[in-house]
Design a protein around this ligand. Structure first.
Ligand SMILES: Cc1cc2nc3c(=O)[nH]c(=O)nc-3n(C[C@H](O)[C@H](O)[C@H](O)COP(=O)(O)O)c2cc1C
Length: 423
């Protein structure tokens, strides 16, 4: 299969699988423990059905949205993904440039290979920066200062990684940073000549934001070791308060799955929350992003934007998330599969595929403007959580099968959410 033959994100994933060494593909594709949450992220989307309206004029369609005073061509943000430079040389810059070319958002990771300054100078400007609070608070402070000086428009605090997620594919594959070729995996690497060839010409492996030129470079480490040494597991709500004081731009909190946590983030001055389980890479058994979304949307009540991620592989997933109240969706692996397939062009292809799919779904749904979407566009509107997990009550089931839609069910859902937040 070549890039020209790619039809959807699943094809891009297959290309990535063929082109990356097993350990690198496993790092991108894998999740925590039994990967149940990883699977739920995709599966829960596939359980949601649309309630299309007919005889609506959909000859002109719009999927652009406004977020923090900026227009995005689609409700999409290429999310923070660390060490993208092992997928493709200068992977962070490819992600940044592709997102700019396609008019969508981009958030750079703390653990990117490129530095904040390199992304601003050679990737795109005005991007978002994601921060993990480091044990060395001086380093955390300097990351914030550098993001401000580089003109980053938003800071994203990721809160779901106090310790490294238990990713068993990485353990089995002996995944290290930088990747190590040894006896056990030499044959596999030898079959990925394109990747080897590209990496041979790639810049030296760095953590552009974390490397200290004053300190000797560390040798090979596992991701868990890198995180254990540097990331602060004691981070708490006090740190969000501290961060709010340090950062005058937009501040987003990423990795929330509970309505009460989202309300706390709002109360502490967050400008948006991101409903996320880190792509199923942290707590296996956490709910999917899409299942956790509706209670959080209801608790936030439109006061700040609510973004969501996890399992976005189709434009229809984006449409479902927006119908459930998300302002925008973050994509992680979809962009990385594209990156592995063909660098910047592959990332652009991934975004383009999602955009084309969003467009056709809006047309078939009878909703010409994505900003008009609400829960009435879904056949199985909330209580989604119960519905997804097969515990919908008999009266709900009867109402759903009788074709009664969102408004009716929302009332019950609202009550349970309000109760949840209070307790
Ligand atoms: C390879 C990889 C690296 C990631 N690195 C980070 C990171 O450095 N910071 C962060 O906040 N999230 C990180 N994430 C999580 C993503 O930002 C996002 O939450 C997740 O990938 C969304 O799920 P999806 O991959 O199914 O789209 C990473 C995800 C992947 C797949």
């Amino acid at each position: 299969m070549t890039l020209n033959e790619v039809v959807n994100i699943a094809d891009l994933r297959e290309l990535a699988r063929r082109r990356l060494p097993r350990a690198v593909f496993g790092f991108v594709d894998g999740g925590a423990h039994d990967e149940r949450t990883l699977r739920d992220n995709e599966d829960d989307f596939s359980r949601i059905r649309f309630a299309p309206r007919m005889l609506v004029d959909v000859s002109a369609r719009k999927q652009a949205i406004d977020l923090f005073g900026q227009t995005l061509s689609s409700p999409l943000i290429v999310g923070p993904t660390g060490i993208a430079g092992i997928v493709w040389p200068e992977g962070d810059l490819c992600l940044a440039r592709a997102s700019a070319a396609m008019g969508v958002g981009f958030c750079q990771s703390t653990t990117s290979n490129a530095s904040i300054e390199q992304v601003t100078a050679r990737g795109r400007q005005g991007h978002w920066f994601q921060v993990y609070v480091q044990k060395d608070r001086g380093l955390t402070q300097s990351l914030i200062d550098r993001a401000r000086d580089a003109g980053c428009t938003a800071l994203v605090l990721t809160v779901d990684l106090p310790v490294a997620g238990p990713r068993e594919r990485d353990i089995r594959n002996g995944f290290t940073l930088p990747p190590r070729i040894g006896l056990a995996n030499a044959v596999d690497y030898a079959r990925k000549l394109g990747w080897l060839w590209r990496m041979a010409g790639a810049p030296r492996f760095t953590f552009g934001n974390l490397d200290d030129p004053e300190r000797p470079r560390q040798g090979l480490v596992t991701l868990a070791e890198q995180i254990g040494r540097n990331f602060d597991a004691s981070v708490s709500w006090k740190d969000l308060d501290w961060l709010r004081g340090q950062w005058q731009g937009k501040l987003l909190v990423k990795g929330l799955l509970r309505a009460d946590d989202a309300v706390l983030a709002l109360q502490q001055g967050a400008d948006a929350v991101i409903v996320s389980n880190h792509g199923g890479r942290q707590l296996d058994g956490a709910p999917s992003g899409i299942a956790a979304l509706p209670p959080i949307v209801d608790a936030i009540g439109g006061r700040i934007p609510v973004l969501v991620d996890g399992g976005i592989r189709r434009g229809s997933d984006v449409v479902k998330a927006v119908a459930l109240g998300a302002t925008a969706c973050i994509v992680g692996r979809a962009g990385l599969y594209g990156l592995a397939a063909a660098g910047q062009a592959g990332v652009e292809r991934a975004i383009g595929i999602l955009q084309r799919e969003i467009d056709v779904v809006l047309a078939l749904l009878g909703v010409p403007d994505i900003n008009q979407l609400d829960r009435s566009a879904l056949f199985d509107a909330p209580p989604l959580r119960n519905f997804l997990h097969g515990v919908t009550s008999e009266p709900d089931r009867a109402r759903i099968s009788a074709g009664r839609l969102a408004g009716d069910l929302d009332v019950q859902h609202e009550t349970s959410v309000t109760k949840h937040v209070r307790t």
